[in-house]
Design a protein around this ligand. Sequence first.
Ligand code: RTP
Ligand code: MG
Length: 141
Amino acid sequence: MATQRTLSIIKPDAVAKNAIGEIIARFEKAGLKVVAAKMLHLDDDKAGGFYAEHKERPFFKDLVGFMTSGPVVVQVLEGEDAIAKNRELMGATNPKEAAPGTIRADFAETIDANAVHGSDSPESAEREIAYFFGADEICPR
Ligand code: RTP
Ligand code: MG
């Protein structure tokens, strides 16, 4: 498996819990490198555009409301099989179904406030990274 990049977001609930460092430590311990990072407070347009694929879903309004409720930390993670590795570290979307020891099992309370986002395919990763970062903001090492 080749080196990949994926977009990670530490969501407002996890930022509010002061869990930024613990979450990033899990990525690093798993061999993923942070090659770009910034803190942002998303507005409705930026959050809605990010989750455009869910526009027609009943939970869309709540999702945008939650993602704009406080600051987030967006990062580009790089490493072997980074997309799947990050999804594994995150655990299932619903924290009640997330495997023990995953980020969502340990830091998330509900399916709405579920601590982290991670790209779900190489195509999503490419779009999502470009949605938040210019090429000059990514520092491979
Ligand atoms: P994410 O995109 O945030 O990484 O999460 P995911 O791939 O695990 O889940 P996805 O299906 O893409 O859904 C995006 C976010 O929408 C909220 N959601 N709520 N109430 C519901 O049934 C429901 N389903 C999804 C979650 O917060 C999920 O992370
Ligand atoms: Mg998703």
